[in-house]
Design a protein around this ligand. Structure first.
Ligand SMILES: N[C@@H](CCC(=O)N[C@@H](CS)C(=O)NCC(=O)O)C(=O)O
Length: 173
C-alpha cells in the first residue's frame, strides 16, 4: 500500500525466524507480537487492513465515504481477513488431515465469489484499483506461494496486480 501510494517510508524488517517479533520492544508496538505495524507520526497502528484503509483514505484507492461504492469497498476489504484467510487456513488444515474450525466456508466457494466482479471489470471495484485489491491481492499471492489452486480468471487478476511496479516491488520474484 505504501508503494502504491508512493509514500515516503522506511521498511524495518523483523525476523520471524529469529523470533524478533516476540521481543519486548516489538510487543510495545503490537500487543500480540505480530507483523505488520505502521509507525506514523506519534501513532502506532497494527492490523494490516486497518493500516491500508487508513493510508488509502482521501486517495484514489478509496471511494468517498457514505456512498454505495464505499459499502462494497468495505465488503471486499474485510473479505480478505474475514473470509479468504480463514478459508486458506481451512484448506491447509484439511491438506494435513487436521480438524478444521467450524463455520469456515470452503476455499473453492470463497474464491468463486471473486469471479463475479472480475468478469465485469479488471479490479474488485468498477472504478479501478482500490485497497480491496491490495489486501485481497496480497492474500492471494501468499496463498499461491503456499500452493493453493485458483481458476484462470483469478490467476489473470493476480498477474495484472503483479505487473504493477508497487506489487512487483513488494513481491520480488
Ligand atoms: N490479523 C493480523 C495478522 C497478523 C499476522 O498473523 N502476522 C504474522 C505474519 S504475516 C505474524 O506476525 N506471525 C508471527 C507470530 O504470530 O508470531 C494482520 O492482518 O495484521
Amino acid at each position: 500500500m505504501l508503494e502504491e501510494l508512493g509514500l515516503d517510508h522506511e521498511l524495518v524488517l523483523v525476523s520471524l525466524e529469529r523470533g524478533e517479533q516476540r521481543s519486548e520492544a516489538h510487543r510495545r508496538r503490537h500487543p500480540l507480537g505480530q507483523l505488520p505495524v505502521l509507525e506514523k507520526d506519534e501513532q502506532t497502528v497494527f492490523e494490516s487492513v486497518a493500516i491500508c484503509l487508513d493510508l488509502a483514505d482521501g486517495t484514489a484507492l478509496a471511494p468517498e465515504p457514505a456512498t454505495p461504492l464505499r459499502a462494497t469497498y468495505y465488503q471486499w476489504c474485510l473479505y480478505a481477513p474475514g473470509s479468504l484467510e480463514p478459508a486458506m487456513l481451512r484448506a491447509y488444515l484439511e491438506s494435513k488431515g487436521a480438524p478444521v474450525p467450524p463455520g469456515v466456508p470452503p476455499l473453492d466457494a470463497v474464491l468463486d465469489t471473486f469471479e463475479r466482479p472480475l468478469s465485469r471489470h479488471d479490479h474488485l471495484l468498477p472504478t479501478g484499483l482500490s485497497t480491496a485489491d491490495v489486501v485481497n491481492g496480497c492474500t492471494l499471492i501468499h496463498g499461491l506461494q503456499m500452493g493453493i489452486e485458483v481458476s484462470p480468471p483469478i490467476r489473470a487478476y493476480v498477474r495484472r496486480l503483479l505487473a504493477r511496479p508497487a506489487f512487483a516491488k513488494a513481491f520480488p520474484v
